[in-house]
Design a protein around this ligand. Sequence first.
Ligand SMILES: O=c1ccn([C@H]2C[C@H](O)[C@@H](CO)O2)c(=O)[nH]1
Ligand SMILES: [Zn+2]
Length: 143
Amino acid sequence: MKHSELIKEALLAREKSYSPYSGFRVGAALLASNGMVYQGCNIENSSYTPTNCAERTAFFKAVSEGITDFEVIAIVGGKKDEDLDYCAPCGVCRQVMMEFCDPQKFKIVLAKSEDEYKEYTLEEILPLGFGPKNILNDSIIRK
Ligand SMILES: O=c1ccn([C@H]2C[C@H](O)[C@@H](CO)O2)c(=O)[nH]1
Ligand SMILES: [Zn+2]
């Protein structure tokens, strides 16, 4: 799948953003290894702390459907539809990515539009990351 197609899905996901408090609308589209795409938007809350980012919404939708192998996530965010800036995932979302993705292989695409984007590996945006490999023995099979 082309980055432009995944960005288009992230832009569609952004339209669902529930963000009455910040007005900062974020959309993500997560491509799984089986070809499925999981969209996510940020979901805010009047009590603020329960807020969920777009990236984690996409991951948790997929994992809750039994999907745990991923290739790339596209992210778009900003207050104004016509003037999006690059929106990098927060630390909590980077840590969730670390749980399921190979930091040297998984890609994060930050986009302003379908043809204006920057691409990183998870390792680039989360150096020295802590993950399952630090805890699980080889003998434990992660399901
Ligand atoms: O990468 C990001 C950064 C922020 N947000 C959300 C959280 C909150 O709803 C709003 C402002 O932080 O944007 C995301 O969903 N993803
Ligand atoms: Zn986040």
